[in-house]
Design a protein around this ligand. Sequence first.
Ligand SMILES: [Fe+2]
Ligand SMILES: [Fe+2]
Length: 135
Amino acid sequence: MALLTWNEGLSVKVSQFDREHQELVNLINKLHDAMKEGQGKQVIGSVLNGLISYTRAHFAAEERLMKAHGYPLYEKHKREHNHLTMTVLDFQKGYLEGSVPLSQTVMNFLKDWLTGHIQGVDREYGPFLNGKGIK
Ligand SMILES: [Fe+2]
Ligand SMILES: [Fe+2]
């Protein structure tokens, strides 16, 4: 069973970012599946890499658009992105070094962080960007 399912409750009313969030949900589920299947470091490492690079590209895309339109909560939003990026990179380092296993706790952290971020600060930019003609 999938760890996470995208639903309308996660919509931020900006179609590009809804699509990207759906892909993040897929990638988190893929990582969860690989963990459940007891895949080795090579498979999990590469799924993790994919998740991290997609996340960075997604964060950069949101930041570009927020900045281009003078979004007033840009700094706060970017800080949340930076914080998660650092946490996940730390985890990846520990995982690759063998000191931190990929566990259900890590998966739940990723899931709660993603849904919390989308339903919190991501959803806040919806009305602002919609007002700039971005749907
Ligand atoms: Fe965001
Ligand atoms: Fe986002």
